[in-house]
Each structure stands twice: as C-alpha cells, then as structure tokens.
Design a binder for this molecule. Structure first.
Ligand code: HPA
Length: 273
C-alpha cells in the first residue's frame, strides 16, 4: 500500500474500527443525504494527516462511518476537485483510503450539467460510461502493483450488476431514472455553448468537474463502481441562461427526497451482493 494511504488508514483506525462495505461520495448540494445515515463515527478531513480538504461550496468535508439500512457505509461528505489546485493523485486519495479501509463498492454521485432531450433540471441519471480525456489520468506515475495493474481495462467501469440494482430500485420506488455518459472537465469555469456542442458530438450528455478520476482509481484497485448524476442545470447554451453554482446547490435540495430514497434503497440491495 502507498505509504501516505497507510498513514491515513492508521489515523482513521485510531478513531474507529468500522468496516465499510460501500464507499459513498456525495456531490454538490447532495450532502444532506448524510443526515439519513445512522452514524457510528465521524472524522473531519482536516484531522486525517495528508487528506485533501474541500473548499468548494456545498462540500462540508468529513468522513462518516455508519449504516444505511443495515449496510456498513463510509460516506465522503464533500470531495475535492482538481480545480481547487490539488494534484490529480491527491484528488483521488479519498478513494484509495476507502479501499484501504475495506470498501468493496464505490458509489459516486455528482451534480452535472445535462444535454439530452429527456433531461430537465432535477433529472436523476444513471451513468453508463464516461469520457476522461479532458483531465489528467489519476494513475499517471509509478504503479503500485499491489493496488492494481499498470494498464487497467476500462471496458465496463460502471458495474453492470450495480446498474441493474439501481435501475430495478428506481422502478420499484417509482423514481424516474434516466441514463447518460459523463464527461469530466477541469473547471472551474463552466463550459461555453460551443464546448457543450463539441462534447455532445463526442457522445457525452452529462458535464461535470468530478467523478471520472475517482471511478478510474476505484476500478484500478478492484472496487465495483456505480454513479448517479443529478442534472442540476441544462448545459451551457441550451436555455441561454447563465449558469451559477447557487442553482447547482438549489437543484440538489429540490431533488433531495428522490435522490435519498434511490440511494438508500439501492445500497440496501447492494448489501445482499
Ligand atoms: N458544467 C460543469 N459542471 C457542472 C455543471 C455544468 O453545467 N453543473 C453542475 N456541475
């Protein structure tokens, strides 16, 4: 294991011996999900030596250990982004730490701009695949062979079995769930309308500043990955209205009830896996 990850894991283990099965990252405006967890222990990021601390709006910055419907979960309430100035390998440190603590499933969530006929602000979309080529790859640098192979396959990043669980759960709970392909951009500026046209022509319909580097890292270390995006706004140029971070947070609050139900019930099913 990487030395810095081993040190972080040791710091966590001084506080709790909790064994998570699922690691859950909460996207912008989606942090309220954490209030529905039965929390057993919590550690502010700043108390974990070397752990990157989030500065983005709507990202509080603590690790929560607890139960979602009896399934042991480590929840990252707040994530760091590349645009905050952290090197890309630092951005994915939390994923490696969760893996080191025993998590087998990486459940990613985010708020994203959307471009698809069927989307509207508030749409929940299951991520089917991603485009990573506009951000640095988080695996650049020496490979830790214990963690994963040098050239990891990315044919099925988003686990088919987990996708099925989320889709069946949405049906059962009567929650509309769309699908999409997510592209990560560096940010922090939002895209121009021309950039959105280009990215859409390349096959993307969800646009954001996170997630993909985390998904790659989780796959590299052998975790199963799934992701739900909340379409917080139509992507630049679609309605012509300027984009703001406030509307992203507000959309999270509006969608909180469906989002929470979908994530809770999906994790419950994943506990059976
Ligand atoms: N673009 C990039 N990131 C985002 C957006 C967007 O439109 N909305 C929320 N995060």
């Amino acid at each position: 294991m990487r030395k810095e990850i081993a040190e972080m894991a040791a710091a966590v283990r001084k506080v709790t011996d909790f064994q998570p099965k699922v690691a859950l990252t909460l996207g912008s405006g989606l942090g309220n999900f954490a209030d529905t967890m039965k929390v057993e222990a919590e550690i502010p990021y700043k108390d974990i030596p070397g752990f990157p601390v989030s500065t983005a709006p709507g990202h509080e910055g603590k690790l929560l250990f607890g139960y979602v419907e009896d399934v042991p979960v480590v929840c990252m309430k707040g994530r760091v982004h590349y645009y905050e100035g952290y090197p890309i390998d630092k951005v994915v440190t939390p994923v490696r730490l969760c893996h080191a603590l025993g998590a087998k499933i990486m459940f990613l969530t985010n708020a994203a701009g959307g471009a698809k006929e069927s989307y509207h602000p508030g749409t929940l979309a299951l991520v089917k695949d991603h485009i990573s080529v506009f951000v640095p790859n988080p695996l650049i640098g020496p490979n830790d062979d214990e963690e994963g192979v040098r050239f990891p396959d990315m044919t099925n990043v988003y686990d088919k079995g987990l996708q099925e669980i989320i889709q069946k759960t949405a049906q059962k709970e009567n929650i509309p769930l769309d699908t999409g392909v997510y592209v990560q951009l560096t940010g922090p500026s939002f895209e121009t309308p021309s950039e959105i046209k280009m990215l859409h022509a390349l096959g993307a319909n969800l646009f954001g500043m996170s997630t993909v580097v985390e998904a790659i890292t989780a796959r590299h270390c052998g975790m199963k990955v799934c992701c739900i995006s909340l379409v917080s706004n139509m992507a630049a140029g679609i309605t012509g209205a300027p984009l703001t971070s406030e509307e992203v947070i507000e959309a999270g609050n509006q969608a909180a009830s469906n989002f929470t139900r979908l994530v809770r019930s999906s994790i419950e099913e994943m506990g059976e896996e």
